[in-house]
Design a protein around this ligand. Sequence first.
Ligand code: GRF
Length: 218
Amino acid sequence: MARRPVAVLISGSGSNLQALIDQSANASYEIVHVISNVAGAFGLERAARAGIPASVIDHRGFARRPLFDAALDQALRATGAELVCLAGFMRILGPELVTAWTDRMLNIHPALLPSFKGLHTHERALAAGVRVHGCTVHVVRPALDDGPIVVQGVVPVLPGDDAERLARRVIQVEHQAYPLALNLLTSGQARVAGDCVQVEPGTRTLIIHPDLSLAGPG
Ligand code: GRF
């Protein structure tokens, strides 16, 4: 079966982009284009190394957000992508753009949604004293960090953790969760049904960090 064309939006390091690239050879998706809103983003280097076309659309060149969103939409359409993955893309997209890509845009968030929407998720998880934390790959809806959940990754919060140590654990499950989620949707093993993502019974939708066994006697 032909692999489905996907565009990835980034702003920074692009380690999730790298995970998507690394898993794509055996997957039902193909990354056809990378767009960054930041010219120096290391993710652009990752795209170049993988031979994936990339472009920069700097949000600072637009007077208002809808103009940036319109330029982004036009660029995305030109790539031929059927799906868009936000992978550390640090701009909030307006409802018009999100609606134009309804059920065809994914995001990865470094927390177990619906907990800890927004920024500084690891600091807030530690402050709240939660014992498990993780990441969520979800279908994008106009509200921030909202939408049907495709895959979650769980990690323990261990005694002595600081935000940095916790972030290092979470990013490990992110790198497995995003390729899994994208592959589920592009292969048809998962499909969006209103506010939920439906999967066939027996389909894996959870990534468990090995350190979870350190969290205490089971
Ligand atoms: C990740 O933690 C992701 O969950 C969040 O932004 C970060 C991006 O990291 N949305 P990278 O650029 O993929 O390394």
